[in-house]
Design a protein around this ligand. Sequence first.
Ligand SMILES: Cc1ncc(COP(=O)(O)O)c(C=O)c1O
Length: 400
Amino acid sequence: MTILSATLARVKPSPTVSVTTLAQELKAAGRDVIGLGVGEPDFDTPDHIKAAAIAAIEAGKTKYTAPDGMPELKAAICKKFARENGLSYTPSQISVSSGGKQVLYNALMATLNPGDEVVIPAPYWVSYPDMVLLAGGTPVVVECGIEAGFKMTPEQLEAAITPKTKWLIFNSPSNPTGAGYTRGELKALTDVLMRHPHVWVMSDDMYEHLVFDDFTFATPAEVEPGLYERTLTVNGVSKAYAMTGWRIGYAGGPEELIAALRKIQSQSTTNPCTISQWAAVAALEGPQDFLAGNAKIFQRRRDLVVSLLNEAPGVSCPVPEGAFYVYPSIAGCIGKSAPDGTLITDDETFCRALLEATGVAVVFGAAFGVSPNFRVSYATSDEELTTACTRIREFCAALT
Ligand SMILES: Cc1ncc(COP(=O)(O)O)c(C=O)c1O
């Protein structure tokens, strides 16, 4: 008889653990390891945001707030949605949590019954399918290959929807591919959703501000106002404001759903950290001009990484529209052997052999639902990126 629940048995351990553990072991053994695995900006949180948190502590703003966020932050979020997305929400339509991750989790816990299906385009952020499973639902994974720019077509969406579909989880720009849907591509998907009124949309807009070239970010409820009543628009300060550790994410949506999220949070974690909420007010209400500057830095790094990776034999790296990831295919490396005799059978063996041979840690594609690929997070310095990509090229060139 086990102490563990049947629900837990539905969830798999994180598939990214094996490479991360190996990287830590190699580092502890004194090896020169370059980690391109973490999904967070390498910039520091801006000073005016830190100052707001320090001022909150000094002013004694260190007590509980309303469980799903204090009024000052909800007001700042309403203004942000109006200013940047043309979306009109009132404070009672806003939920604030300890990271976007908790918002997504609360929403799935609040809405899924056994047998409910959730459409998840792959490559997907690793947490989506397992959160759906934890909440008792069934993930319906739609594979979107490199030839389609890792984007779901309207036909694929139409085919994935059944009478049991409750949600589509939509993420643009995407973790792990960086792929961003243009307004036109998004409209084609929302047209499908308009024909299926029982399907809701959870739009994960976490990488909204990290878009490149002339790409313009768009979100479903903005592109198709007819979906406003069944869309949860999720965002947060982690990626745009380099605030991953502060743990503030939020969403706007219909009042009934937001009340359900509040109920769950009031019985689990209560309010997100009060001091972080004051920091998030400063982030959303303070200067926004540095966001474009950061995006320019990431765009330069993207260009560097894409061009270096495309020099590696057997690797093909598309140019993504946003985020700070690339997701190259290694189809041309499968079936080859490394100098130590390791046969590269799939992307997990590739990433393991790459790490052991060169000290470069990347995450294998199977973790994100589309293979054979790997994910590079390029949120690090040009020097590290150049060294890492050179090692990847040399590793691939040595495969026979
Ligand atoms: C696509 C996506 N959504 C949500 C999150 C969660 O962000 P946070 O919980 O830090 O707000 C992440 C973080 O990696 C992400 O990549």
